[in-house]
Design a protein around this ligand. Structure first.
Ligand code: AMP
Length: 164
């Protein structure tokens, strides 16, 4: 048994609220000298069906552009957090399930999520955070967003304008 965290996974929905969670995750990983991974789950871009060909064509302009924008944001965040390429996860599926799955697969011992994000605005705890909390086999930190979150503006810029 160890009292230290060795591998932290931060889940981002690429909304403004992420910036605070990401900063906290980076700091925490430094304190524990832990590995840091990042995950974004694509839950609003059609998934190509590889078994039967691309039924929902990903080369349709809108889907393609959305995917490229997401990749650019994740790349910027990954670079900013000095996360190696192989620890940046972009997967399709239900966010709560995929976050838990990747955490198990990668032997993560702390998952960090925002207490609410895109889906949970106005809730005490969002649906993804709730699902992760109930199904993860490691510790979960649900980060609340205080007023001072506004101070994370420079990083928010980075997320909003990934190519800038
Ligand atoms: P929610 O429960 O959806 O309001 O979101 C709460 C938190 O769950 C967010 O702040 C993120 O940390 C995480 N999360 C939500 N959606 C996603 C997603 N698509 N990919 C990765 N993490 C997510």
């Amino acid at each position: 048994m160890t009292l230290y965290y060795r591998h932290v996974l931060v889940a981002v929905d690429l909304s403004e609220q992420d910036t605070y969670v990401v900063q906290k995750a980076r700091h925490l990983a430094q304190v524990f000298d832990a590995k840091l991974s990042i995950i974004h789950v694509l839950d609003n871009i059609p998934m190509p069906d590889t078994a039967y060909g691309t039924i929902i064509p990903l080369n349709e302009d809108s889907s393609y552009e959305m995917l490229e924008a997401v990749k650019a944001k994740l790349r910027k965040l990954g670079e900013w957090m000095a996360i190696d390429l192989e620890r940046r996860w972009l997967v399709w599926g239900v966010p709560g399930e995929e976050i838990v799955r990747i955490a198990r697969q990668e032997h993560v011992d702390l998952i960090m999520v925002g207490s609410h994000g895109r889906h949970g605005l106005g809730l005490l705890m969002g649906s993804t955070a709730n699902r992760v909390l109930h199904h993860a086999s490691c510790d979960v930190m649900a980060v609340r967003f205080p007023e001072e979150v506004e101070r994370a503006a420079p990083l928010r810029e980075l997320v909003q304008n990934p190519t800038g």
